[in-house]
Design a binder for this molecule. Structure first.
Ligand code: NAI
Ligand code: PYR
Ligand code: K
Ligand code: MN
Length: 353
């Protein structure tokens, strides 16, 4: 029996609805597989925890998480009670940085039976590799003066090490796919960091002569995601560009509610963290309407990460068949509740295996 220790952090809002749903699916994975066990420990960290303790997680929270095989997180953010930059930086971004989860992998693709928000869209299947440790998401900077004189400075940080690492990851991923990498740049408007980004891209691409490359400015690239998503294979992007592109990728699939993501630690020192692209969706919290597919597909990525690829593929097949049957939540055109979709995925999983 192989046992995986998972730290579950539902977080805020619909995170508290979709994480338990995905854990139920993982329980079915255990049943079907027979040789796998998930030891799940749940931590109630988030904005409500902050109200009580003035911090998003306990002082030794990272020490607690460190010993797990993976972290399975929903979403963080309840802007009514904690400012977003505090809640995200103290929990989500703190874990990403402290645990050196330097790459964020975010796939997007069409599914049979799921009508993309694009009219007459062709099939597409791409993965955004988002640099996850530096870039525009940075604490470097500050404010001076107050009121009308107030000035805010925010520095973007691009190291050769971090940039090269993300690009190399993207090329290696492309080699296992369709051999194409697109670089998201903006070297026409951002004077220092983006020409540097282009320079590193050129250097890394020289080591992968068989991979086709292109670079596109982020504005045009964002438009291409909408007009011609079928032409992409792997896209490598900085932290902010990758963040924005992956919400577009999710939107053209049909909904941000189905997009998965994996925050990958590459040096083996700390666990990786699996959390969907979407946030805590306060507008639909508590209504039973949250699409659980993003979180469940994220669980599939966690299974892949563990090397349990066969059952992971079966889980994706189960998700696909539920989409095809149209037993889906409102965001993708159905009437089903979070629980009904989850029940159906569990049932399909039993049937496909
Ligand atoms: N990784 C994380 O934990 C993230 C956290 N956030 C935080 O979440 C809060 C809300 O942020 P928003 O910008 O509104 O982004 P959001 O992704 O939470 O919501 C955007 C829209 O998508 C819908 N949506 C999201 N997930 C859905 C699902 N599973 N099923 C159906 N509909 C879904 C929401 O109802 C909303 O209309 C903020 O506090 C924000 O900082 C936002 C993005 C990522
Ligand atoms: C914070 C956020 O939106 C993200 O990391 O995707
Ligand atoms: K999330
Ligand atoms: Mn985002």
């Amino acid at each position: 029996m192989k046992t995986y220790k998972i730290a579950s952090i539902p977080g805020d809002g619909i995170g508290k609805e979709v994480v338990p749903a995905a854990i139920r699916v993982l329980r079915e994975v255990e049943n079907i597989h027979g040789g796998l066990k998930f030891e799940v420990s749940e931590y109630p960290w988030g904005s409500e925890y902050y109200l009580e303790h003035q911090q998003m997680m306990p002082e030794d929270g990272l020490g607690t998480l460190k010993h797990f095989d993976a972290i399975f997180l929903g979403a963080v953010g309840n802007p009514d009670i904690v400012p977003d930059h505090i809640s995200l930086w103290e929990l989500l971004i703190n874990i990403r940085r402290s645990f050196e989860q330097v790459i964020n992998i975010r796939p997007a693709r069409t599914f049979a039976g799921l009508s993309s928000k694009l009219a007459n869209s062709e099939d597409f299947d791409f993965i955004v590799v988002r640099e996850n440790s530096e870039g525009e998401y940075s604490e470097a900077g500050g404010t001076i003066h107050q009121g009308g004189d107030k000035v805010a400075i925010q520095n973007a940080i691009f190291s050769r090490k971090g940039t090269e690492r993300a690009m190399k990851f993207a090329f290696e991923l492309a080699e296992q796919r369709r051999n194409k990498v697109t670089s998201a740049t903006k070297s026409n408007g951002i004077y220092h960091t983006m020409p540097f980004w282009d320079e590193v891209f050129k250097d890394v691409s020289d080591n992968f002569p068989e991979v086709q490359t292109e670079k596109e400015h982020i504005d045009a690239l964002a438009a291409s995601f909408v007009t011609r998503p079928e032409r992409f294979d792997v896209i490598v992007a900085s932290n902010l560009f990758g963040d924005i592109l992956t919400d577009i990728g999710a939107a053209i699939m049909g909904s941000v509610g189905i997009a998965p993501a994996a925050n990958i630690n590459m040096n083996g020192k700390y666990p990786s963290m699996f959390e969907p692209v979407h946030g805590s969706a306060p507008d639909i919290e508590g209504k039973g309407m949250a699409n659980p597919i993003g979180q469940i597909w994220t669980a599939k990525m966690m299974l892949d990460h563990f090397g349990e690829t066969e059952i992971a593929d079966q889980l994706l097949t189960a998700i696909e068949s539920v989409i095809r049957k149209g037993i889906v939540t409102q965001d993708i055109g159905g009437k089903a509740t979070t629980t009904e979709v989850t029940d159906e995925i569990i049932q399909q999983l039993a049937e496909v295996t």
